[in-house]
Design a protein around this ligand. Structure first.
Ligand code: 13P
Length: 348
């Protein structure tokens, strides 16, 4: 590593604080386009000010740091402030939350591969990472999307995305940021859980092969995968234990023990299901003799934010109830890390 500011040991320590502290990550790094899409669905005007107000609601949620170790921001958000002028990064740091930043520039059509995407953002990334580090970021995120539908993914799509993830991860470590490596096999479609498993396994094998080739220090990164799930319109849905068993089995096959933690994305699952499935995995690890080499935690966006967004609807008078809903999901997810989540928590 050509790293100057941050030692390898410091990267390892940050990764452990993110995923080994018994807490999880809050993804609040929707691009402006994605955030606006969620606002349209909730009837909220799509302006820079409403996005700022929504993010202020999130970062000022009382007690957030009790359940959240790190928050992933977007370029617009890392520069934003509370109405009283306090930068969001200061609010988060005061709550003991480590600052993360999404650094990819989105999934674009992959030439020669109709219907498939490759995530862009490597050009100029070294300079952008330096700027984010100076702004207080200590970890980063890059998301690749892989569809298991319509005969996809192709080898070319998997390898192009894995290569970009590995180049990004190496640049992050050079700049003193812990990379979150996120290859997401999408939930949309009617594929079975078995198909999701095949594609996830093949994708993760390629990702780790490229990470090793690019000399990424596995101890100083976090993997952010999908859970193994049937497609949303698959006629055969699976129970919580089947999802947990299939997911852990797949990860044990392909994720090296040197990786300190795995932080799942929610991918369109409801908050309750995401908590229940994560809980089942951690319960399995606790109750069988199957010791897992890495921690299993969360890095959810929708599964934490969605109920709060639907309560807020852009109205100041709803802020406090929306914050309660956000804190509730974060508490449920943290309980799931310890195998202590129950459906009864939802009725409290
Ligand atoms: P979801 O939890 O809504 O899938 O978002 C996670 C994320 O960070 C996607 O990049």
């Amino acid at each position: 590593m050509g790293c100057c500011k941050v030692s390898a040991q410091e990267l390892v320590d940050i990764a452990h604080r993110l995923v080994g502290s018994g807490k999880g990550l809050l993804a609040m790094d929707e691009s402006n386009g994605t955030c606006d899409k969620r606002f349209v669905a909730a009837g909220i005007p799509q302006t820079e000010e409403t996005r700022r107000a929504w993010r202020e609601l999130i970062v000022t949620t009382p007690g957030l740091g009790e359940n959240i170790s790190g928050a992933i921001l977007y370029d617009e958000t890392i520069r934003q402030r509370k109405k009283d002028g306090t930068p969001f990064v200061t609010v988060l740091a005061d709550a003991g939350i480590i600052i993360g930043i999404k650094v990819d520039t989105g999934a674009k059509s992959l030439a020669g591969h109709p219907g498939e995407k490759v995530t862009e953002g490597l050009d100029g990334l070294r300079a952008r990472l330096q700027e984010y580090f100076q702004m207080g970021a200590r970890f980063a995120k890059w998301r690749a999307v892989i569809s298991p539908q319509d005969g996809h993914p192709s080898r070319g799509c998997i390898d192009a995305n894995a290569h970009a993830l590995a180049r990004y991860a190496a640049l992050c470590q050079e700049a003193g940021l812990v990379p979150i490596v996120e290859p997401e096999v999408l939930m949309g479609g009617n594929h079975t859980i078995e198909r999701c498993g095949e594609v996830t396994e093949e994708t993760l094998r390629s990702v780790f092969s490229h990470l090793v080739a690019q000399r990424v220090m596995l101890e100083g990164m976090v993997l952010k995968p999908n859970m193994l799930l049937p497609g949303l319109t698959c006629p055969k849905q699976e129970d919580v234990d089947a999802v947990a068993t299939a997911t852990v089995k797949c990860l044990l096959r392909v994720v090296p023990a040197a990786v300190p933690g795995i932080a799942f994305l929610s991918g369109g699952q409801s908050g309750e299901l995401a908590s229940a499935r994560l809980n089942a995995m951690n319960l399995m690890a606790k109750s069988t003799m199957q010791r897992l080499p890495w921690s299993l935690t969360f890095s959810f966006a929708r599964a934490i934010q969605q109920p709060a967004l639907e309560i807020w609807r852009g109205q100041d008078r709803n802020i406090s109830v929306a914050q309660d809903a956000l804190a509730h999901r974060a508490r449920c997810d943290m309980a799931a890390l310890h195998g202590e989540y129950t459906a009864a928590m939802e009725r409290l």
